[in-house]
Design a protein. Structure first.
Length: 186
């Protein structure tokens, strides 16, 4: 039996390519081992305002399919006005009636000036969606700009170590989840 390559979908909570959360997500993507396919989501801005439609627009269907097709989802978000960015929350609202996040391993890094409120809010949202997330798969990095150098690389050794530890935990969760699914299918 040929092992299927693990797929991780990375989602930034910011549309700005130079935002701290987008920079951290790119760093995270480069820290994943080569045997894992890490794709960063594009097109979040194309998802229309949530309206509880029984026939969601194509952009929403594509978003839900990308989540469903992944073995895990890795979020890196900023904090806007003490909360989750509206565009990301809107996109997640579209997934409520789906099973896209049900038991899906998820990791979360909140990279912000403070970030506590957005981090807590995002954890609640992910819980409501049925995502599989643990304390070891969530990391709050406050004062993120002080931890990046002028090339948007992590200059703080402890922060980089914490990110690597989170990635290792997340990969282990995905592998365990995948093995459980295979065993249940047998």
């Amino acid at each position: 039996m040929i092992a299927k390559k693990i797929k991780v979908l990375g989602i930034s909570g910011s549309l700005r390519p130079g935002s701290s959360s987008s920079c951290v997500l790119r760093i995270v993507a480069n820290l994943f081992p080569d045997d894992i396919e890490f794709n960063i989501l594009n097109g979040l801005e194309k998802i229309p305002a949530f309206d509880d439609s029984h026939d969601p627009p194509a952009a929403v269907k594509k978003f839900i399919r990308q989540i469903s097709d992944s073995d895990g989802v890795f979020f890196c978000i900023p904090e806007y006005a003490f909360g989750v960015p509206g565009l990301l929350k809107n996109a997640l609202d579209w997934t409520v009636s789906s099973t896209a996040f049900s038991f899906k391993p998820v990791a979360l890094i909140t990279a912000a000036s403070s970030g506590e409120k957005a981090h807590a809010s995002m954890l609640l949202t992910l819980s409501a969606l049925g995502a599989k997330i643990s304390e070891r798969s969530a990391l709050l990095i406050s004062f993120i700009r002080t931890r990046l150098n002028e090339k948007n690389e992590i200059k703080d050794i402890e922060t980089l170590a914490a990110i690597k530890k989170l990635i290792d935990e997340f990969i282990m969760t995905i592998r365990t989840n995948t093995m459980s699914r295979i065993e249940n299918d047998i």
